[in-house]
Structures are given as structure tokens and as C-alpha cells.
Design a protein around this ligand. Sequence first.
Ligand code: MG
Ligand code: ZN
Length: 220
Amino acid sequence: MEIKILKKMLAANDRVAEELRNDFSLKNVYAVNMMSSPGSGKTAVIDRTLELMGREFRIGVIEGDIETSLDAERLSAHNVPVVSINTGPFGGDCHLESSWIREASSEIGLDNVDILFIENIGNLVCPAEFDTGAHTDIVILSTTEGEDKPLKYPLVFSKAGLLLINKCDLLDVLDFDIDMLEENARKTNPAIEIIRISAKTGEGFDKWTDWVKKRKREIH
Ligand code: MG
Ligand code: ZN
């Protein structure tokens, strides 16, 4: 019984996601869904991305968090439209559903943006099960986490088109085997692209912003 209900829910979510992706494409808005554990640096990555791309593109951000609008406030400093989705008042859901993304993006206004970053709620499990309507799913993993995460959480890595490895400025002081991480990620998803970055120093952001621009040109 419960499985039936869940399947129905997922089907409804997928339907809305498909419509939403169409709307994004019609309005020439490139939408990126960013998934990761808490603390991997999603907000810091978006922050620096806004700094680097904000003059060339009109960028909007949807910030998912269970509680607080702290991340949204931080990003608002860039004078870009940021809409916060807090799931706490509705039972603290640990993922974003496409109907909420639709609402948040109509609040931003699809005519007002070229690129939409969706910061999903920090967890590597159920955000991967819910299509947000974005064109691309990416996963961020930081060097302070384990190299075995792609093996432990295969769904999110198999859905992602890109893995951003953040906090690479810390590699010298950590016992983190970055090659092993890349190997594990490719084991889970042979097609995944990988870029090493540091939101703190800006390392790798030329590659990341080029990747976003290239993908943006490809949507229709
Ligand atoms: Mg955040
Ligand atoms: Zn969830």
C-alpha cells in the first residue's frame, strides 16, 4: 500500500518536472540542480559562481533548506533574485519536489533569468529520487568527505552529469585520495564529468563556469 502511494507521488512529481523543464527551455533558462551532503560547500560554490558569471548572465537561485533563510540572505548580497524554500513547516522534507520549484521559479519570473541554480537540500539520498525539472543534475563532494561516497550513495552519482570536487585547497593537509574518489565515481557512472575546484581559492572555477556556459548554449 505504502509503496503504491510513493509510486504515485513520484509519477506526479515527474510529470510536473517534465512540464517545468519544457517551460525552462521555452524561456531559454538553463536550470541546474545541485545536490550534496550538508557542508560540502554548495552555497559557497554558488556564491563564487555569481561573482564570476553575474555580469554576463542574469542568474536566479532557489535555495532549499529545512530551516532558516541564512544561505538565501548570503546570496542576496549579489543582487540576484533568490527564493528560499523551507520545508520545515511542512514536515521537514529532506528533498525538493518539482511543484515547489515551479512555484519558486514563477516567483523569480522565468523572463528575468538566463540561468537558474537550484540548491537542493543537503543530503545524498532522496533528492536524487525527485526530478526537480532542471536540465542538469550535478553533485558536489568535498575533500573532507569519504572517497567511498559514490559507492555508498550510487543513485545520486549515477544521475549526475557532473561531479564537482570542492575544497581541493585542503588536499595537502588531508589524507584524502582524490584519484580513488574519481575512480569510484566513474565506477558508478562511467559518463560522469569531474572538475576539481575550491570555492575558497577559486581554483577550477574557470572550468566550471565554462562547463555551465557550454551547457547553457546546448539547451533549446
Ligand atoms: Mg547551503
Ligand atoms: Zn526527502
